[in-house]
Design a protein around this ligand. Sequence first.
Ligand SMILES: Cc1ncc(COP(=O)(O)O)c(C=O)c1O
Length: 441
Amino acid sequence: MEENMLATGEDYSPSPLLLNPHAQTKGGDDPIFHWFSRSMAAKAEGFDVVNGTLGSLLHEDGTLMVNKTVEAHIRQQPERELCGYAPLKGLPPFRELAIEMALGDQRVPLEKLGLSAISIATPGGCGALSVSATNFIDRGDNLLLRNRHWSPYQTIIHEQNCGIETWPLIPESPVNGLENYDGHGFTSALTGLVERQKRILIWLNDPAHNPTGLSLCRNERSALLNDIWGFAVAHPSTGFTLLIDAAYSLYANEPFGWAESILEKMKSERKWPTNLMLCFAVSCSKSHTVYGLRTGALVCLHPDKKFLNNVSDVLLHSGRGTWSAAPRVAQRAISEIHNDAQLLEKWTVERDAFKQLLAARREALRSSAITNGLSINPTHDGYFAFLECEENHAICEMAAKDHQVYLVPLKGGIRIGVCAIPEEKMERVAVALADGLARTR
Ligand SMILES: Cc1ncc(COP(=O)(O)O)c(C=O)c1O
């Protein structure tokens, strides 16, 4: 055998030969994991690191916070639940629970008004996002997002051979007191898309938006819903799907705000537009702290049950053709917890304690930001906060090098992982950011 199988002096790369053209456009490190690895390396070298990179809830000492009710209930599952396959669409009690996690108490009134719901279990919220792009728009189409979004959206969308169109997260000048909804930006983006595409898919991460922590209020949700509803009525031959990415909703003050707004809208309308579907990407990663067990669901709402049954079969096909069935054990354990009053109470107490911790950390960041003259984005709920700035990469480099503060530069600014930073370290974060901003002005 040759000592070195790689022929030297060859002047062509195997990539164009072995990777298809779309694959050749892929690559690069995920920025979130890249900065996380750098913070870990600095910690291993003995530095007193502040790690605000990852989207996991951490104890003050940097270890993972776990909802003990969920952990204990998973550990006591029998062999079959731990190791067996789940049905392709997911375990029936989990599929029911997913609908409740999306709609809460509004499910019954919504159904009474004629809305139906189906769900399919997916490997996390990511699986739900991915199958929505596979099926609800055409290859080559653009998906509509706000201009500040979770960066893996770009990867999921690129994987589907689709592109991105955006509208501003925050309007330059609020109209009708809507501080956090740019209706003009949203409707102009829709106007452009309607001319070019047969189907339109919008991903809206709300409440507790990643990366800012922003949650839309009731008026803002209603305005957005009115706008998309109006477009669906005005363009009956275009398909419109609004997907609410509810990954952090159970840590928000209004976890079921969207279901309330949909109910309100239905009460004021006579007829649901046939060409409008509303969906929720449900994730158990954060709400039940089972990040690695890849458990979530796609919930779809429409009044036409027959159509929804068809959607459910389409989604089964996509799941079968990519990940087969979603993992079983957390579907079983979590649905059992939610169907047992005592276990549910225990889970709720722990979840509420996590919520309070997040609120305390966010408050500490807010007040340190004020004392250091930083103007962070509106931030209400969930795991993150965000500083808009142009020199995001340079500032993150300075924060890491000179302050041992690790954050993530994302499009348009810097994400601060409130979920991972102890309350008393927020001052260091604000000082590092203020220093970086001053030095890059
Ligand atoms: C905005 C957003 N959506 C969806 C997800 C999906 O999470 P998972 O696939 O772990 O359920 C995440 C996870 O970080 C997220 O931040």
